[in-house]
Design a binder for this molecule. Structure first.
Ligand code: SF4
Length: 232
């Protein structure tokens, strides 16, 4: 990566951290739980998916119990996440496909794989895409990976960090943009910034801490519109 690109992303991350506040540490955890949680989080809010995850774990004591339960019982437990039939089916199919050396579905094999091999291993399961695989790698295994959701994709393109049309392309392109060791921080900051400031519609360009580093063509017009309305 060119020095000026490195300086730009580091400047942006510092400004976003100033805006959003210091982040909680990434504490690696259960990769099977992470894959289930990421399936539940698709097309819903964090609040709804966390509620569904808590309900699921409160109803079934182990992942093998989730795997072996009647489908309708899973659907009932995760209803708050929406698309419950689809998510229950995807979740049970993945849990069924995972190795279970001691009876419990396990992703321990990932520990012996590099990022590329681990991603290929995960996306081979039906219903697991690149973003879900990346979430497992960063949040459960502590790998230096930046998952790309709709916010990361939009903000990274507006800032000119990448120039891509599809999320999977953004994921690949960001690997050479984000400094080593900063992928978790970059992911969380870009997601939160995308939700609070650089929204999909009507971004708050007039109050943006990285305005001068932004490459979004409409940013001046957008900022002027907010200023005319007297927005804070
Ligand atoms: S100036 Fe506007 S478009 Fe650019 S990063 Fe800030 S909020 Fe997003």
């Amino acid at each position: 990566m060119a020095t000026q690109d490195t300086a730009k992303i580091e400047r942006i991350l510092a400004a976003l951290e100033g805006e959003i506040g210091p982040l909680e540490a990434n504490v690696p955890g259960d990769p099977v739980g992470q894959i289930v949680g990421t399936i539940l989080s698709q097309n819903t809010t964090d609040t709804n998916s966390h509620k569904a995850y808590e309900q699921l774990c409160g109803t079934f004591p182990t992942w093998s119990a989730v795997r072996d339960a009647p489908r309708e019982d899973i659907v009932e437990a995760i209803r708050s996440a929406g698309l419950a039939e689809t998510k229950a089916s995807t979740m049970q199919n993945v849990l069924n496909a995972l190795p279970a050396p001691d009876g419990e579905p396990s992703l321990d094999e990932l520990n012996d794989m590099d990022d590329e091999a681990a991603t290929a291993y995960l996306v081979a399961f039906n219903g697991v895409g690149v973003k879900t695989a990346a979430c497992v790698l960063v949040f459960a295994l502590g790998r230096d990976i930046c998952p790309v959701d709709t916010h990361v994709h939009r903000v990274a393109n507006r800032l000119g960090l990448v120039a891509t049309k599809a999320r999977d392309r953004t994921y690949s392109a960001l690997k050479s943009v984000i400094p080593a060791g900063k992928a978790y921080v970059a992911h969380v900051l870009l997601v939160r910034f995308g939700r609070r400031v650089c929204k999909a519609r009507n971004p708050l360009c007039h109050a943006c801490p990285v305005f001068d580093d932004c490459a979004f063509d409409d940013r001046h017009e957008c900022a002027a519109r907010h200023a005319e309305r007297g927005d804070a």
